[in-house]
Design a binder for this molecule. Sequence first.
Ligand code: F6R
Length: 610
Amino acid sequence: MCGILGYIGNQSKTVDVLLQGLTRLEYRGYDSSGIAIIQDGRARVFKSKGKLSKLKTKVKKHSPKGLLGIGHTRWATHGDASQKNAHPHVSGGTSVVHNGIIENYLELKNELKKKGFKFYSDTDTEVIAHLIEDTIEGGLCFEDAARAAFERIEGSYAIAVISDKDPDKVIATRKFSPLILAIGDHENYLASDVPAILPFSRKVIYLEDGDVAVLERDTISITDIDGKHVSRDVQEINWDPISAEKCGYRHFMMKEIFEQPRAVLDTMRGRFSEETGDVYFEGLDASLFKNVNRIVALACGTSYHASLIGKYMIEKIAKVSVEVDIASEFRYRKPILDNKTLAIAVSQSGETADTSEALLEAKGRGATTLCITNVMMSKIARDADGVIYTHAGPEIGVASTKAFTTQLIAFYLFAIYLGRIKKQLTKKQSIEMIKEAISIPQLIEITLKLDGRIKELAKEFFKYRNFLYLGRGINHPIAFEGALKLKEISYIHAEGYAAGEMKHGPIALIDEDMPVVLIAPGDGVTYKKILGNLQEVRARRGKVIFLTSDPGAQELQGIVDKVIEVPDSSYLLSPIISIIPLQLLAYHIATYKGTDVDQPRNLAKVVTVE
Ligand code: F6R
């Protein structure tokens, strides 16, 4: 997730608008930043690796001036965090900033290279600048050239472009990535989100997928890709600047919970073929896995819970045995590994000390290493032999939400990838599994609609002091994760258990003061067993919140206290759906209790100490 910005209007304001706007977008990524301003008919481009303060120093030293400009703050996806990969990317007189992923960039890059274009970065974005320049050289005006380029790219994007051939326009488009326009007095703006422009304008237009906007000083025209005019409402924003940063949500955690359909989609994007059933991971060498006959997954906290689910996926799909270790334990128990073992370190931040050291321990003992992480070029990403990035975008709320579901989809795709290498999956089977994955973002959207109902439920339950979460099979780690979410943000004591373990101890805790969350997607065998657990809880007067995809469960009203009905999905992907209501439940209980949801006491987002 990156932040983009554009401005046209008043020469004395351009630099200030771009730098102030980027400051407010910095939460979207801070690997590098850059701006381009057209001055005296030529683009002046400034870029810096690292924090925005470096770019500010550079820009102030050279004091560029111009009527229009674009800016970018980067969260690396293609290519490491470096100055050469910082945006804007330039080709001839065209400068481009982009947020998203261009899926067909390799194909376009090869085509452009054959035409003689030189590439200076490892990014997917650079193809857009060359495509536009190529068409301008072919005789089209800037606007038509931009449109022609937008027509050729596939993937998710919000793009802003300027050209010294037509220095009175900023052109922008979007698809699956956010982009807003804002109207000023003889000046206009564009940005990835509202907070970036809030000090300058409160009149905002939300662009829709496929819209192409041309911003001039006094006009904004919006068309579809074919140039047909489309009309979009102007909305007056009355948020204060702090809530604007959260896009209107009260907390980052809630914003991130609602970002999950997009985050999961971005993590899958460009990584499979529906026709062949193949899965690809950019930069990953398949020969690393040929001899692997055993896997150990190493992680902490929420990432550990994702790994427990990953075990189910890999064992079921690729038929390779997986052990899951808490990273801080693994390090000190002299684990037995050899060169046929694959160690997978799983970490949102890629900087967690325990996971990082566990990875090095595995490497030192001869294992091949892979990591699943959300942060490009993080320590763990640099140390591992191979990397799979989740594309959740920066996670700011301390309680991990979108990082978890993107780790799950990454594990699922990796299981198919490995299954194909190990010849455990037919083409037909993997096509079927990919289809199941494609349906997930929409099923998350449907599940998020339960928010209002879960808020009501939280109101009834927030005064309890203990909770028990029970799940079975692939959803038993969801009991752990649901309980962790509740305890870390609401400070209520909560325990997660594999439901079958209840009779071996926890059942002693159950009475009318103990709400029990039963996670019971309507899958065959384990569902029947969990109905048995339900009866055991009821017999001891425990209060039951029953989470299921079985539409018949409504008949259990009277036996259970509350039913949360989630949409049905395939067994292996059901944890991605069942965690959503539990994230929402923890969130609403915490807000009723009035705790600091985004920065709960005693916790830190990145744990770089042992
Ligand atoms: C819980 C949470 C933590 C992290 C853990 C590992 O919501 O966020 O339990 O999952 O500290 O962090 P990463 O994944 O960055 O290694």
